[in-house]
Write a protein that binds this ligand. Structure first.
Ligand SMILES: Cc1cc2nc3c(=O)[nH]c(=O)nc-3n(C[C@H](O)[C@H](O)[C@H](O)COP(=O)(O)OP(=O)(O)OC[C@H]3O[C@@H](n4cnc5c(N)ncnc54)[C@H](O)[C@@H]3O)c2cc1C
Length: 425
């Protein structure tokens, strides 16, 4: 049975707020601490996709061959700020090492187990919050412009098949039937029937946070600076505005979780993959669901405010200023996919994906005390992973056995002595 009386959740992004709601439903007193308003980090400007089909890890065989071409293309999906390379190098090496066929198989299986109940957990999380109208359950599309792109993607589809992801293959005619806004002349497409999207990710976090407050939760606008742990038990949380007594902590500070985890005994290779969006108007023919362009590596999502074009990976750390050219570079790609897509209003945003080199989040207890549970590092899949992560976090806090094996997600997996359990990553 739980000994907990008061839980502090560090971070009011989608992961922290989801965890806070699940904990509150378990009858616990919960305070969420964040210096900014809910959803002001990566969770506000993302592509809005709940995408349990996205189980293919980012690193893979052949990634080294692709990187130079991407870096040389100013519209390409990857950019590195060279001054940041010395700090990035250890993460990059781990990222490359994570791309062996055996590791990919393990990581994909672990992701598939984590994301398998996304749809049900999202429905449970939203229940009674008033946020349901922000969700559209129409699947999502991946489209291929070329035969080479389609055949090159085969290993990824085989991996999804081995992990029970459901999809329907579409001809160019099927694609236009489903989304008449698309450019004619695409080579092939895939409808991922189990995916869904939100029409406003920021409003979604805000609505869930409002439900949390209505349920008696507290929001504290300050920054967590350290933790008071004695004899292996958590006593309190130190913040920029004073001490908060707590029996348990959920660390969900997104891309800024690394230094806090280090205070709790775990050195984790957390990096930020910066991503951009460009919001433009709706195409002349409405779009119904997110469309991912496989070759150009961006997503177009129909949202309340128009069409959101999202993409790019920029490895430049937390402090460098945004390079808005990367957001604007999404426009010609979007206009190639959707003829007539307007250029305006053209509002831009940059956010910090909290990314682990093996594409798996960190979910589990800290080394220093069982009273701290980690929930960060979801990379490209934080919106998708939040509903289930929140439920698993509540299980750990309450002392219930989680229904999936969490060992692939432990912070200790980065220790040199760690070996995967049979059947896990
Ligand atoms: C361009 C782009 C597109 C994306 N598209 C998708 C998508 O379609 N689907 C998907 O699943 N994912 C997507 N993602 C990824 C997703 O947005 C992130 O994985 C997710 O938002 C991470 O949520 P989080 O709660 O962990 O972090 P955040 O939303 O960043 O929240 C962390 C919070 O912690 C707070 N914090 C930091 N330090 C402290 C501290 N010391 N004390 C207190 N609070 C602190 C921050 O202020 C912040 O509010 C995308 C990301 C980007 C950048």
């Amino acid at each position: 049975m739980t000994r907990h009386t008061h839980i502090v959740v560090v971070g009011a992004g989608i992961v922290g707020i989801a965890a806070a709601l699940w904990l509150q439903r378990d009858g616990l007193a919960v305070t969420v601490i964040d210096p900014g308003p809910p959803g002001s980090g990566a969770s506000s400007g993302n592509a809005g996709c709940f995408s349990p089909s996205s189980i293919v890890p980012l690193s893979g065989p052949g990634i080294l061959r692709q990187i130079p071409g991407w870096l040389l293309d100013p519209q390409g999906p990857l950019a590195i700020r060279w001054h940041y390379l010395p700090r990035l190098a250890p993460w990059l090496l781990r990222f490359i090492r994570a791309g062996t066929p055996a590791r990919i198989e393990h990581q994909a299986a672990a992701l598939a187990r984590l994301l398998a109940s996304t749809s049900d957990d999202l429905a449970s999380l939203l229940h009674g919050t008033g946020a349901e109208p922000l969700i559209e359950r129409r699947g999502s599309l991946i489209v291929y412009r070329t035969e080479a792109g389609w055949t090159g993607a085969e290993p990824g589809w085989n991996l999804r098949r081995r992990n029970a992801v459901a999809w329907e293959e579409l001809t160019p005619i099927d694609l236009l039937d489903l989304e008449p806004a698309l450019s004619p002349g695409l080579y092939r497409g895939v409808l991922l029937t189990g995916n869904s999207h939100t029409v406003d990710p920021h409003a979604l976090v805000r609505r869930l946070a409002e439900a949390f407050l209505l349920g008696g939760g507290q929001l504290l606008a300050t920054r967590v600076t350290s933790f008071d742990v004695a004899d292996g038990r958590l006593r309190s949380v130190q913040t920029a505005s004073g001490t908060v007594a707590a029996s348990g902590v959920v660390l969900a500070a997104g891309a800024r979780s690394g230094p806090l985890a280090r205070m709790l005994g775990d050195r984790v290779p957390l990096e930020t993959e910066r991503g951009y969006h460009l919001n433009v108007g709706a195409p002349p023919v409405p779009l119904h669901r997110p469309v991912l362009s496989a070759e150009d590596r961006f997503v177009a999502t129909p949202m309340t405010a128009g069409t959101r074009l999202t993409g790019t990976i920029e490895l430049a750390g937390l402090a460098s200023p945004p390079d808005w050219r990367r957001a604007r570079a999404l426009l010609p790609l979007g206009q190639r996919l959707f003829p007539g897509l307007p250029a305006g209003p053209g509002t831009t945003w940059m956010g910090h994906r909290p990314s682990m080199p093996d594409s798996l989040p960190v979910i589990g207890r800290s080394s220093r005390t069982p009273d701290v549970v980690y929930a960060f590092g979801h990379g490209h899949l934080g919106l998708t992973g939040a509903p289930t992560t929140g439920r698993l976090v509540a299980d750990l806090v309450q002392g219930r056995t989680p229904e999936i094996d969490l060992s692939p997600f432990g912070a200790s997996r980065f220790r040199p002595s760690w070996t995967p359990r049979p059947g896990s990553a």
